[in-house]
Design a protein around this ligand. Structure first.
Ligand SMILES: Cc1cc2nc3c(=O)[nH]c(=O)nc-3n(C[C@H](O)[C@H](O)[C@H](O)COP(=O)(O)OP(=O)(O)OC[C@H]3O[C@@H](n4cnc5c(N)ncnc54)[C@H](O)[C@@H]3O)c2cc1C
Length: 391
């Protein structure tokens, strides 16, 4: 593999870097798990869209730049390097958008993509239910056809951003009495419809990062269905592939965390070196971020040649989620007990590099759970990559 960027790729990197240097807000925005923070992150999405940087891989007609995967990786590296805000519309831009482009009608693409690109409409994902998490085929929420509408009843849970989001994409049982992955339909619906109740769920840090959603005879027009009635499972599996594949967690994120961790270690060597295992963990973190970067470039090159991402999406997901845990656990060890104090406590740790290790540490605990738990990913690897018998 020759690791060399082309002239246009180098110029693109420079353009991204300069734009971000001029536009990234100087002060860190409040968390998007607060009402004020959500609004400020929405405004940031609009600003990104003005620079045509909110969805660089999308076609130009929908507000993108038609970039390839290598340019996307370059964009992400620069994005994380600049400490720009987290993306509040990640569910829409990176999960629903590629699904819409593959399965949506022209009218649906025209209706939903431009407002997604500008942050005017922020999306939540509605798959999990109290009895259907890892076993998503156990979905019980129903979408019963009534003329030119579906009538939705039931409950979804763990829906990220749903507290303040505008729209939801979800999977519902449209064929009464159907079992498992048969008879499910993929539906797009506004979260402000009559009959919808949203109950925020507090996370470990006290903020409402996700919500339970209750549906009581909610009427949704049939044109909001994505793909054919009853064909929702295959469409949702495509979305899950996009989620676990390249775009959920780009290497730029982990390279930036590794860089900050090395800095934190250097600033606290006296304490950190008291335990030689810490230096070793810092080194492994940095090497892990580099390895993930190289592996992702290799995958991107394969995909550029027409290959499809398969079960390796599962190995990626396990790798980055465990790497994130290692990096944040190591930082917490370096910071010592003071690192465990929340920002609003009297003497929180101040590593001085503009990053809250505690927030990152708490969120890293969720990495092995969301986007399909790591146990489920291991089952996929065992069956599809190693050919082992089903558990
Ligand atoms: C931060 C975060 C954000 C999320 N956002 C969303 C969202 O926006 N929309 C949404 O729909 N959902 C979301 N989820 C939910 C997430 O998809 C589920 O938590 C996940 O699929 C696991 O389901 P569960 O919680 O019901 O756990 P369960 O499925 O009950 O699993 C419990 C434990 O059993 C293990 N287990 C289950 N089955 C097997 C098996 N066959 N083999 C081996 N081990 C097994 C699991 O790995 C896990 O450790 C989010 C979760 C988190 C943590």
């Amino acid at each position: 593999m020759r690791l060399e960027y082309t002239g246009p790729q180098k110029r693109f990197r420079l353009e991204v870097r300069e734009w971000l240097a001029a536009h990234v807000p100087k002060a860190t925005l409040p968390s998007f798990d607060t009402e004020v923070g959500f609004a400020e992150h929405r405004a940031w999405e609009a600003s990104l869209a003005q620079g045509r940087f909110s969805a660089v891989t999308w076609p130009e007609a929908f507000g993108g730049r038609g970039c390839g995967l290598i340019e996307w990786l370059i964009f992400e590296e620069e994005y994380w390097r600049s400490s720009a805000p987290l993306r509040v519309n990640q569910n829409g831009i990176f999960l629903l958008a590629p699904t819409l482009m593959e399965f949506g009608t022209e009218a649906q693409k025209q209706r939903f993509l431009p407002k997604m690109a500008t942050g005017e409409e922020i999306w939540a994902q509605g798959w999990s239910e109290p009895g259907a998490g890892s076993d998503m085929a156990a979905i019980r929420c129903t979408a019963q056809r009534d003329g030119d509408h579906y009538v939705i009843n039931g409950q979804k849970t763990w829906s990220t951003r749903a507290v303040w989001a505008d729209w939801l994409f979800g999977l519902f049982r449209s064929e009464p009495g159907s079992q498992r992955h048969h008879g499910l339909t993929f539906v797009l619906l506004p979260l402000k419809l009559p009959g919808i109740t949203i109950r925020p769920i507090k996370q470990l840090n006290g903020l409402a990062g996700f919500a339970e959603i209750f549906f009581d005879n909610v009427r949704v027009p049939v044109e909001n269905r994505l793909g054919d009635e009853g064909a929702g499972w295959n469409i949702a599996m495509a979305t899950a592939g996009f989620e676990r594949g390249l775009m959920l967690r780009s290497p730029g994120r982990f390279q930036q965390t590794a860089k900050l961790l090395v800095k934190l270690y250097q600033q606290n060597r006296e304490r950190a070196d008291a335990d030689p295992a810490i230096r070793d963990a810092v080194m492994r973190s940095w090497m892990g971020a580099e390895a993930y970067t190289l592996a992702t470039y290799r995958t991107a090159c394969r995909l550029n040649k027409g290959a499809k991402i398969g079960a390796e999406a599962s190995t990626n997901k396990i790798f980055w989620s465990e790497l994130d845990l290692l990096m944040h656990e190591t930082a917490m060890q370096i910071l010592g007990p003071q690192g465990e104090l929340m920002a609003r406590s009297p003497e929180p740790a101040d590593p001085g590099n503009g990053y809250s290790w505690l927030d990152g540490f708490l969120f890293s605990q969720a990495g092995p759970i969301y986007a399909g738990t790591n146990e489920i990913q291991r089952n996929i690897i065992a069956e599809r990559m190693l050919g082992l018998p089903r558990a």
